[in-house]
Design a protein around this ligand. Structure first.
Ligand code: GLC
Length: 796
């Protein structure tokens, strides 16, 4: 029997929770980003990757350089037959030994590597303790043959210990100090240098304030902390000198290129299995004790308990909401992978194979935090307050900031400050926690004020940056970072920001009234009216809306342009905001469908730029069809699904969704190349030589939004202040679907049937046996389960 979404490189497990990879030769590294919110690691199907704590740029623990072709930086385990001298690795890299059996499973919080080589079955499971800065490598070896085998297992990782990448290694290695402890079967590493200034502003003058360690559950036979003796001069991890030697050199101290290598012996009778556990971590000085962490986690029993704890930990974030529809790709992604991707990678790990980030993006992680709304909204609350604290009293914000010690660029970006009230609205609709508006949060340059005032100052700041025609200025750029030369002289305009602001004001006016801020509510109303008028007067290009005007007053995203004639953002948001009306709505939708909705999703603009335009920005400097330059930029492409549902085009909405839902690309995986279980940041557009190729996977805002457009706009279950709205826009052939989710501390089990095979329209709705007149399920807030029966169809 075939497996779900099977392709030549792998398949989903039947429940969709695991992705199984059947060969090391995937077209790109297919990885997992595992994090507990503090300590994180990435690992590819080859076993390559690295670890970090807090963030991957400022606090890298093991060394790595970005190279998706070689994929050859990792923390590896070697297995050696001491009699024959044959050796291989527990993952395909680095030794790349031929195998009799191979399976890699990536899943929620762990990755597993199964191989059969030289008559030995190895099963390596990699995961992170939910509540400690420790990763575990649980290796079970089984002797499948008839003879007793004398094996040894040797670990290997290079220490980075601080800022990454440590390109100038000959400098950085001079500060690392290693030591060993045979009673703990461990090696330790410290570094007397961190890339931050000391309290007097002096660089290169503080310690890296952690102790890194690697330990093993079996008695240590030998160890090495020196790369030179382990690898041998001019050799590599594929065949290190250590595999030609009886034992590791035992070099340790301050005078080497520091690594961690531990060697233990494993003797296996025929059919016997044995588990060895390696731990790796970094204990913070004065807060954590490396030896205590080693003792707590470095045993077979502890590793089993910890793996169970990992399952429980993730269940809290993943299982609070569950959908069952006739579309398995939608189910798998919505139920497991998008939540996991958004939380583990985007919000916590903040790093991935294609992009190493060093902090939080003001707009990015705010949007991502919506993923917590169903499972545990308190995390979204924390995120809102955290971002509010990155604001200046003038209303503007840091475009991004470092997560260790803060700091980041203060810019004239036109939209990022507005995401605070935008996401606040989603939070309030889900929780009705109006108390959050009174939470006092300090500014970066002024004392604390309530969150309400933070939002108001963001909006007022936006009001102060309008063109004489009443359109918001582009400033340094809008949501599209690549438009970074359009409006830096504060003349160019962004029509998309006009629409975005219009939505925000619509949500904020009732909040202002609720707080008795009538004067501001009126002001918002006035601005709303004038924004709509100005957009429709100056932003209409005949068949669609313009993206912008440049500082020189030239239109961008117009039929007058030879490249970049039409942009997605101002057109979908014209619908989302409700600013396009009547005939124009129709025209806009038709233009989106005609020029932008292509084979692999909705393009960000068309045609792509083939020549750099210094008056537009770096979007024009990418090769045509890549990323924001005429590619499917999936973050924005998810919003096209939303827009199509609002425009009353459910088939198109589903088409736009289906084309970017990753499992569906298993069917042409050699074109797509990327992991089919997480969203990519972009898919190449028609002008690329690799039309349809996915890239920049994992670290993308599309994960959370793909989840949201599926649940809120296709399945149409949307929290409102007074209840849970049921308003699906589904393919007519669906017989129905089920959604189980929490809402304001009650459980809702919503069964939707579609006997007439319509796309939309609720005919009847029964809650706990009682028919309701409307399609709004009331708030119960009673901790109880409520069963909702919905029938779609035409009302008589
Ligand atoms: C990147 C940025 C995001 C931005 C997008 C579009 O993903 O992180 O903030 O909106 O690009 O340029």
């Amino acid at each position: 029997m075939s497996h779900p979404f099977e392709c030549k490189y792998g398949y989903f497990s039947d429940d969709g929770r695991e992705y199984c990879i059947t060969t090391p030769f995937t077209p790109r590294p297919w990885g997992n980003i595992i994090s507990n919110g503090d300590y994180s690691l990435m690992i590819s199907q080859n076993g390559s990757g690295y670890s970090w704590r807090g963030n991957a740029g400022q606090n890298r623990i093991t060394r790595s350089f970005q190279d998706l072709i070689k994929d050859n930086w990792g923390k590896y385990l070697y297995i050696r037959d001491r009699k024959s001298g044959a050796f291989w690795s527990a993952t395909f890299k680095p030794v790349m030994h031929p195998y009799e059996d191979f399976l890699v499973v990536h899943s929620i919080g762990y990755s597993r590597f199964i191989q059969v080589i030289e008559g030995i079955r190895s099963e390596l499971t990699v995961f992170i303790a939910p509540d400690a800065p420790v990763e575990l490598m649980q290796l079970t070896l089984t002797n499948l043959g008839e003879d007793t085998r004398e094996l040894d297992v040797t670990s290997y990782a290079e220490w980075a210990l601080g800022f990454a990448p440590d390109e100038h290694r000959e400098f950085h290695k001079l500060f690392i100090d290693t030591s060993t402890d045979f009673t703990l079967n461990a090696v330790f590493a410290r570094k007397y240098l961190w890339g931050f200034p000391d309290e007097h502003g002096r660089y290169n003058n503080i310690n890296w304030p952690y102790t890194a360690f690697m330990a093993v559950s079996e008695p240590l036979v030998s160890f090495d902390c020196d790369k030179e003796s382990f690898l041998g001069m001019y050799r590599s991890e594929e065949h290190p000198a250590a595999m030609d030697a009886q034992h590791l050199s035992g070099r340790v101290g301050r005078f080497h290129d520091a690594i961690a290598a531990l060697q233990v012996a494993v003797s296996l009778a025929p059919q016997q299995s044995k588990t060895v556990v390696f731990t790796l971590g970094a204990a913070e000085d004065e807060k954590e004790d490396a030896a205590a962490l080693i003792r707590r986690f470095t045993s077979v029993e502890a590793s089993r308990q910890t793996l169970q704890a990992v399952h429980d930990f993730w269940s809290r974030f993943v299982d609070g909401e569950h959908v069952e529809t006739p579309d398995p790709a939608l189910n798998f992604m919505t139920n497991y992978w998008l939540k996991y991707q958004a939380i583990s990678c985007r919000l916590w790990g903040k790093s991935a194979f294609y992009q190493v980030s060093a902090g939080y993006g003001y707009r990015d992680q705010l949007q991502d935090s919506q993923i917590f709304l169903v499972g545990d909204p308190s995390f979204a609350r924390k995120q809102l307050l955290m971002h509010a604290a990155q604001q200046f009293i003038e209303g503007d914000v840091l475009h991004w900031w470092f997560s260790i010690r803060g700091g980041g660029p203060r810019t004239n970006c036109s939209d990022d400050l507005l995401w605070l009230p935008f996401i606040l609205d989603a939070y309030l609709k889900e929780t009705a926690d109006y108390a959050i508006l009174d939470e006092a949060v300090p500014y970066l340059n002024a004392p604390a004020e309530p969150l309400y005032d933070h939002c108001k100052r963001a909006i007022e700041r936006a009001f102060s940056r309008f063109s004489p025609r009443g359109i918001p200025l582009m400033g340094d750029h809008d949501w599209n970072d690549g438009l970074n030369a359009v409006g830096t002289l504060l003349k160019g305009e962004s029509f998309w920001v006009a629409e975005f602001l219009y939505v925000i004001l619509g949500n904020f006016i009732p909040l202002a009234r609720r707080r008795g801020d009538e004067c501001f509510a009126r002001r918002c109303e006035d601005v709303r009216v004038s924004l709509k008028d100005a957009l429709n007067r100056f932003g209409w290009d005949g068949e669609w809306y313009l993206q912008a005007t440049t500082d020189a007053g030239l239109p961008l995203g117009s039929h007058e342009n030879d490249e970049g004639k039409i942009f997605l953002m101002p057109n979908i948001w014209a619908i989302i905001s409700g600013m396009a009306e009547g005939e124009r709505t129709r025209k806009v939708v038709d233009s989106i469908t005609r020029y932008l909705l292509k084979d692999y999703g909705t393009l960000l603009n068309y045609p792509a730029f083939t020549k750099p335009r210094p008056d537009v920005g770096y979007v024009t400097r990418y090769a045509p069809g890549l990323r924001e330059n005429g590619g499917v930029y999936t973050h924005a492409a998810t919003w096209s699904v939303w827009a199509y549902t609002l425009a009353g085009e459910p088939e198109r909405a589903y088409e736009a969704y289906h084309k970017i839902c990753p499992p569906n690309r298993s069917a042409d995986i050699d074109t797509y190349k990327a992991e089919p279980y997480v969203t990519p940041g972009n898919v190449d557009g028609p002008q690329s030589e690799y039309y349809g190729r996915g890239g920049w996977t994992w670290y993308t805002g599309s994960a959370q939004w793909l989840h949201r457009v599926a649940t809120h706009w296709i399945l149409g279950i949307r929290p409102q202040e007074e209840g849970l709205l049921v308003d699906p826009s589904i393919p007519a052939e669906w017989d129905g679907f089920t959604v189980r989710r929490r809402f304001r501390s009650a459980e809702y089990e919503i069964h939707v049937r579609n006997p007439e095979h319509v796309h939309r329209g609720v005919k009847s709705l029964v809650v706990d046996g009682k028919p309701l007149e409307s399609n709004l399920i009331p708030v119960f807030a009673d901790g109880q389960k409520h069963v909702v029966e919905v029938v779609l169809g035409r009302k008589e």
